[in-house]
Design a protein around this ligand. Structure first.
Ligand code: H2U
Ligand code: ZN
Length: 376
């Protein structure tokens, strides 16, 4: 290690360098390797999210607590292949008045109720350095994954998911090519519990001028790590593959794992094994592998509690303001809210809202459960 690196000491027994190989502290220090179920890891502890730089609490002993709180309804999920009232089904009228064409694979349209707009009056406000505001331009689109109303990503054929990957790639290229677009977020909200307004398989794209908060945090972390050489997620993946405990599934070019610092109970991170910064960097084989792993992960999710698993998922790709961002490693996060069944979800409230996030089941046990589910 380079001795010129800043050494951070948080005063609670953790020291790490700015490019910290934190795992070395975990596994080569007082705590032996493969000791994640015992010792400090079976008691309350905190873990560092190396991608955001934020800590989260892990309280493994709390899984036994009784639950008398909110229980979600299990929605009857049988749906028709075509729903005449669905604005995303082929040939139907949308709420904004436009008509969805009779598409046969994927279909992209400008969001009729876009949160950001390309024609936005420019302006900045600074009231005594305390009341600060800036105008923000953007483009919001909706991506229909399939003309079939009744399918989910995990129920689609590999070839059809491959077409979704291609559409995401084409959209990223097109939007990144607009000179004032600095960041493109491709995401999917699935299930009413996560705020999706319609069960038809679809996602969204929000492209805007400036870096949003979460990618900006990840950029800072990846950049600080890369300052000492190496890529944060390439090195992290090497450690995860060596440990093996948090890997859910993998193929030749992609890996799905529950991150060491996972916050949501069954959160996963999907990343290419090789260093790529954005979807267009993937070759045809890698896109095939990506489609295959998406199918496998979403199938496992749907089988875990026997319901279409709600989640927010999204792609974190290299920003698009024209700078190289060679430190950026392409990845997708799946953030599903369900905790212990189809009806009991995790809430981000109280301490989590006011102090820091916390989880009960360990990432290792979540990975073990997801791993044990067949995905064929
Ligand atoms: P969500 O299910 O994640 O909310 O995405 C659906 C989007 O579709 C939502 O952003 C848009 C909503 O604004 N929409 C249209 O653009 N046209 C419509 O006719 C209805 C919904
Ligand atoms: Zn539909």
């Amino acid at each position: 290690m380079n001795s010129s690196r800043a050494v951070l000491d948080d005063g609670q027994g953790w020291t790490y360098t700015t490019s910290s190989r934190l795992h070395r502290r975990f596994f080569a220090g007082a705590t032996p390797r493969n000791d994640l179920g015992v010792g400090m890891f079976s008691a309350p502890h905190r873990r560092l999210n190396r991608l955001t730089g934020e800590w989260l609490l892990v309280s493994p002993h709390r899984t036994a607590r009784p639950w008398q709180g909110q229980v979600e309804d299990v929605v009857d999920e049988r749906r028709p292949a075509y729903d005449p009232t669905c604005y995303l089904c082929p040939g139907n009228q949308r709420a904004g008045g436009a008509r969805t064409p009779r598409y046969s694979s994927t279909f992209v349209f400008e969001n009729d109720f876009a949160a950001l707009k390309p024609q936005t009056p420019s302006g900045a406000h600074n009231g005594d350095g305390l009341l600060v505001a800036e105008s923000e331009r953007g483009i919001c689109r909706v991506v229909c994954f399939s003309p079939r109303h009744d399918l989910t990503l995990g129920e689609m054929e590999d070839g059809a998911i491959r077409q979704v990957v291609q559409t995401w790639t084409d959209q990223y290229i097109e939007l990144a090519g607009i000179d004032w677009i600095g960041h493109v977020l491709i995401f999917e909200n699935r299930g009413a519990m996560m705020g999706a307004s319609n069960p038809h398989p679809h996602g969204q794209i929000w492209a805007n001028e400036r870096m949003p908060n979460e990618p900006a945090r990840e950029l800072r972390q990846q950049r600080a790590y890369a300052a000492d050489g190496g890529c944060l997620l390439c090195d992290y993946l090497t450690v995860e593959l060596k440990e093996g405990e948090r890997i859910v599934c993998r193929n030749e070019r992609f890996v799905a794992l529950v991150p060491f610092w996972a916050l949501w109970p069954f959160e996963t991170l999907i990343l290419p094994s090789e260093h790529h910064g954005a979807l267009p960097d993937l070759d045809a084989d890698a896109r095939d592998d990506l489609a295959a792993i998406l199918r496998r992960v979403t199938r496992r999710y749907d089988r875990l509690f026997g319901v279409t698993f709600p989640y927010s998922m999204g792609w974190h790709q290299r920003p698009t303001d024209g700078a190289p961002y060679s430190e950026w490693h392409l990845h997708a996060h799946f953030y599903p809210p369900l905790l212990r069944s189809a009806t009991v979800r995790k809430f981000m409230v109280g301490y989590e809202l006011l102090a820091q996030p916390q989880r009960d089941i360990t990432p290792e046990s979540a990975a073990e459960r997801l791993r044990s589910i067949p995905d064929d």
